[in-house]
Design a binder for this molecule. Structure first.
Ligand code: ADP
Ligand code: MG
Length: 237
């Protein structure tokens, strides 16, 4: 396999090409890597849901996104796909370390995200880790955390690594995802989130997804997003 040259037109989206993909309805029509398309197809994902249609063309261009849509509307793929595509286009490798951090409110939801990442990322070569509290192997985790490309974590465990793990390095991180942001804030993780965000590179893409648009979600958006696209998908009544 020949690696893609940097900035190859294949799978590259920028503001000029954005409008070409703004109205598409099937994953196959998006300029995604073959590895991602094959995994989507093998999981029988063909047509995009509304929130995926609304957010993917923006997110694939590298824009910050605030996506609001009810539970069950398919928000997970709306950020897992752009994370994989960004690292693919950057030709991210084992020695590049942490390229993306995905934060989830609970261990259970983090585990579900990890399963989706594994199935949609199965043809990519990225390494991923599930960093959640209540696990005994924090010592092994500390030794390996810098080798992982994608971290899926609960806020407490991520902050623990930031505070305690020597040489924990997320200085090259490209994409931050805050999933179920309303629930992260409801669970009282506001201070942890602020501490985490203050330690991440300013130059990054941030995607924030939430089922509801509360005042505290707006506050978090102001703190963490740069010139975001606000995408809110409501049911037709
Ligand atoms: P949310 O995070 O908005 O609650 P999920 O991402 O968990 O929603 O998705 C809910 C369900 O919809 C999952 O079972 C997922 O596999 C399915 N799903 C997501 N996107 C699609 C799609 N484009 N086509 C068919 N099913 C989908
Ligand atoms: Mg979800």
């Amino acid at each position: 396999l020949t690696p893609l040259p940097k900035n190859s037109p294949v799978g590259r989206l920028d503001d000029d090409t954005f409008s070409r993909y703004a109205g598409v309805v099937r994953f196959e029509q998006l300029p995604l890597s073959r590895k991602t398309k094959d995994a989507l197809r093998s999981n029988k994902f063909v047509s995009m849901t509304d929130i995926q249609r609304a957010s993917l063309p923006h997110a694939l261009c590298g824009r910050d996104v605030l996506g609001a849509a009810k539970t069950g509307s398919g928000k997970t793929l709306a950020f897992i796909i752009p994370v994989l595509e960004k690292l693919y286009r950057e030709r991210w490798g084992p020695e590049d370390g942490v390229g993306s951090i995905i934060i989830s409110p609970t261990r259970e939801l983090a585990g579900q995200l990890f399963d989706v990442l594994k199935s949609i990322g199965k043809y990519h070569g990225f390494s991923a880790g599930l960093l959640i509290g209540g696990r005994k192997d924090v010592v092994t985790e500390k030794e390996r955390v810098n080798e992982l490309n994608v971290l899926i974590c609960t806020p407490g465990r991520l902050l623990q690594h930031m505070d305690e793990t020597p040489n924990f390095d997320c200085s090259q991180m490209q994409v931050l995802v805050l999933d179920e942001a309303d629930r992260i804030l409801d669970s009282g993780f506001k201070k942890e989130l602020n501490a985490i965000i203050s330690q991440l590179p300013k130059r990054r893409q941030t995607m924030l997804f939430s089922a509801t648009q509360t005042k505290s979600v707006q506050d978090l958006a102001r703190l963490s997003l740069k010139d975001p696209e606000y995408l809110s998908v409501h049911e037709e009544s």
